[in-house]
Design a protein around this ligand. Sequence first.
Ligand code: ADP
Ligand code: MG
Ligand code: MG
Length: 885
Amino acid sequence: MTERYLYDLSEGDASMKPLLGGKGAGVAEMLRIGIPVPDAFTVTTTACVAAMNNDGQWPDGLWDDILAALDRLEQRTGRRLGDAERPLLVSVRSGAVQSMPGMMDTILNLGISDTSVVALGAESGNPRFAWDAYRRFIQMYGEVVETVPAHVYEDALAALKSDRGVQQDTDLTEQDLQQLVQTYLTLSREHMGEELPTDPKEQLRRSIDAVFRSWLNPRADVYRRANNISADLGTAVNVMQMVFGNRGDTSATGVCFTRNPATGAKELYGEFLVNAQGEDVVAGIRTPRPLAEMEQVLPAAYRQLLETMTKLEQHYGDMQDIEFTVEDETLYLLQTRNGKRTASASLKVARDLVAEGVIDEREALRRIEPAQLDQLLHPAIDPQHGKTPLTKGLNASPGAAVGTVVFDAVTAERRGKAGDPVVLVRWETTPDDIAGVIAAQGVLTAHGGMTSHAAVVARGMGKPCVAGASAIKIDALAKTLTIGDTVLGEGDSITLDGSTGEVFAGALDLVPPQVNEDFQAIVGWADKIRRMDVRANADNGEDAAKAREFGAQGIGLCRTEHMFMDETRLPAVRKMILADDEAAREAALAEILPMQQADFEAIFDAMSGLPVTIRLLDPPLHEFLPNLVDQALLVQRLELQNGDAAELAEAKALLGRINALTEQNPMLGTRGVRLALMFPEIAVMQVRAIARAALAVKGRGGDPHVEIMVPLVAFAQELQRMRELITETMAQELAAAGGAELPFTVGTMIELPRAAVVADQIAEFADFFSFGTNDLTQTGIGISRDDAEGAFLAAYVDADIVPANPFSSIDVDGVGGLVALGTERGRSVKPDLKVGVCGEHGGDPASINLFEKIGLSYVSCSPYRVPIARFAAAVAVLNQQDQQA
Ligand code: ADP
Ligand code: MG
Ligand code: MG
């Protein structure tokens, strides 16, 4: 066999995660560093991929390898699968490379049979436990492997409990469980149309196959899409000796985090259950107890657990999420992984680990996801609300959620995707609810703890969640949520505070986010590492000031058309457009000039000492005029009314002008530099306003750094002419101001493929380039954003034709290729050419990574994204260094 599809536990380590999956590699690494774990072997992710790519057919020889590995495991443990004396029981565990909590399947207690159940009972001195393991096995195996509906078993269990008059599973006797096993076997046969296989090896084969298949189940698919995990990776399968937390009162099972995953605080955080098996803690069948209470119940195992937690955290240099089981006072670790955490916890943990000397700043930066910083920039409930909460549950995932109540994931998904803010209210979420969770603003559950499914998934996604709000009553059929005297139905508004666990009726006001000390510290580390500058896109003084507060190192794009759109200015702008001759146009422009100047002054004031790139007017003129159809209707109405002749004439004139200016493809029409060359007076006015604003600011002690940018250049000639015009106008202004001095630069947007291709020619006349990647994406791919996003683009993303919306995250090969080409050609004639990017991509971490690789000088993004861009630019540098190492 050329490829190896199987590894014994002792052959693995943490570095083999791509092959062994996170779980397999994690357990192997624990073994390696001397932490007690059950013995196991792992079938690789590559085996799953091979099967996936071959209609589910396993690679040749895989089954033989598994049998051989099983044989070795039996040798090592001194037990045999299904044995009548010393039975080996195993779990068959899924394990993806990136953790996907609960999205795939795991089967426990495999190897139990009519013969081994007796042996297991005798050996443990606890036959009840053995029968409990048996019924659990049939339930899990039947559900996962033979696709028997879950409720079939659940109903039978519930019926038996009610028949016996007991509440808890643990109250059922050995005889009850024996009977339940028989019932389960009968029910399985009915649903399978054949006997449930009794040979444990056959069960093992089918179970491994089922775990392979679970990689492609719908909820795993949804989760992967939401988390950008490739569907090609496959899952590993871990076959692991069972250890039993359900062997009696000296046994237990639990889940814990080495720090609080909601706040990041270094404190005990976990839950456990005595006499229970793995899934019981998460599944919410019994309410777990806080981990601290384990000190009383199982003191030795508790102490050992705390030591192990510290050891693991030191070893991985990160907060761990741990599964453990105590079998008869002996501690076993079953899983460790970097714990999912909230954004604020993520920053706090990183900062604390650096302070504790566990990791350095660079390592800390790698630990933080840029998307998490984004979450921190999101709103919270206005603290001045003065409302009394209806109830309080667990503060499982922070942030505020406002929306209308929905009771099932399907409705949440449908309405959420349609743009309605909804809050998903459930007894407890299951992995099948994932699509609804993603589409909801937040999640409220009646049941389950801080490590319940809803809590874990919500934290990972930065979705506010209040879990275990036990005072709420949900009637899923009647679609009502009752809290005390308040009854909310589907469609009623509700507000969750995931940071406090409070639930409010109605929609509360939100306040903008606060950037805290951890945030500042971490972005500060990033500043020491990043190479690219980060600028902001801002069109007025207020935004410019905000951008500076967020750490922007200048303005990368000031759009002047927004200044034209202002209601109070539009009349003057229209007068300018409608002017019949140059003189009339100049007169109208003279009215606009002081307004523009005031705008620029505010920006130069806010950005004193830092560069400000002002783009000359870009959009086609018809955008400033009324809509063509509306105006035609107005003319028609005036004609019918037979009223004021002057009014009619004016409306007709405007209609004529709109008609003349209206284009088939305005995006590719008379705009940008083309407009400036057709109507140079406009550009001249703008340059005058810039010059006068800069001089005014300088006059009062400010330090304006003026950069004038020409949009939509395709030909070097265009820029050459504009450069002359700008330079001349500037010279006139400076002369008029008594020979004042004002350094300035002239550059261009590169937003057309032609411009990228002839960037060397264009660079002759440019002091800088700024890639307008939004238009470059439109013109480079040949799609109109407004038309595409509401139409085929989402389908393209769903069908994996494109990996992501190219307007949010740059199309690396295509549009990114044009950016690389333009940069290279531009710098071939001007090695020091300053090259930046403005537009949404400038704030997108994946795009920033590419821009670093290409060697751009700066990115520019919206003020609120500046901190993320600063961070992402540093991570991009680290990524580059990793690649070169
Ligand atoms: P998931 O990815 O859903 O967490 P796991 O493979 O981790 O699935 O298993 C589910 C539960 O069963 C966990 O609580 C785990 O600790 C427990 N479990 C898995 N294998 C064993 C085993 N060999 N012995 C005891 N408990 C196990
Ligand atoms: Mg697990
Ligand atoms: Mg543009």
